[in-house]
Write a new protein. Structure first.
Length: 204
């Protein structure tokens, strides 16, 4: 049995509250509305399949698949809330142990939420959870070089740039290059969230 899921993480950032919690079937209407409103905003960065499959993905089936992976300990599928409103999604995937103890993280937030510190806070919370509760050693985030807003998130959190992975993922209908960023537990003994919040205070 997976002892690390389900889990809810919370951070107070000034007067704002950012929460990571399991994405559930009850999120269907809000999630679908958020995705619809932000379709043009998100489409350039969306993962696609080189050989598309027929049929429409049903939200309930999508959540069921995410839960199955989480129960196996292979992923952590979070909804991102900002002041009690659903504003995005963050998924820790490819959780590996053995001699690697690493995972990959992906995230998105709606356009109205971008630039408000929500995404960095969510990524920092998830990274801390992986380093402490899961005991992972390394977190990796891969971003298209053109995605300037997402690049700013990892730069704010001090993730190391490990270079370009050519034609790494199928995104928006083509194989796209990605810039790879990583952070290991030894680099943030104080915690990613604590460092991020301290940096915010210093720059204000």
């Amino acid at each position: 049995m997976n002892k690390t899921w389900p889990v809810t993480l919370r951070a107070q950032v000034g007067s704002d509250v950012v929460v990571l919690r399991p994405l559930g079937r009850r999120d269907a209407n809000n999630w679908l509305r958020l995705r619809s409103v932000n379709h043009a905003w998100l489409e350039p960065w969306e993962a696609t399949k080189p050989k598309p499959t027929e049929g429409t993905v049903v939200f309930g089936d999508y959540v069921r698949s995410l839960r199955k992976q989480a129960r196996r300990g292979a992923s952590l599928p979070f909804a991102i809330e900002h002041n009690s409103a659903l504003v995005g999604q963050l998924t820790v995937s490819s959780i590996s142990r053995g001699s690697l103890w690493s995972a990959t993280m992906g995230y998105w937030v709606g356009r109205q939420t971008a630039g408000r510190g929500v995404a960095p806070t969510a990524v920092a919370m998830a990274a801390d959870h992986c380093f402490t509760t899961l005991g992972l050693h390394r977190m990796e985030i891969n971003i298209r070089p053109e995605n300037e807003r997402s690049l700013r998130v990892v730069q704010k959190l001090g993730f190391r740039d490990e270079g370009i992975r050519e034609r790494y993922l199928h995104i928006d209908g083509e194989w796209r290059d990605h810039q790879s960023f990583a952070l290991t537990a030894e680099e943030v003994p104080e915690g990613v969230l604590a460092r991020w919040l301290a940096t915010r205070r210093e720059t204000r």
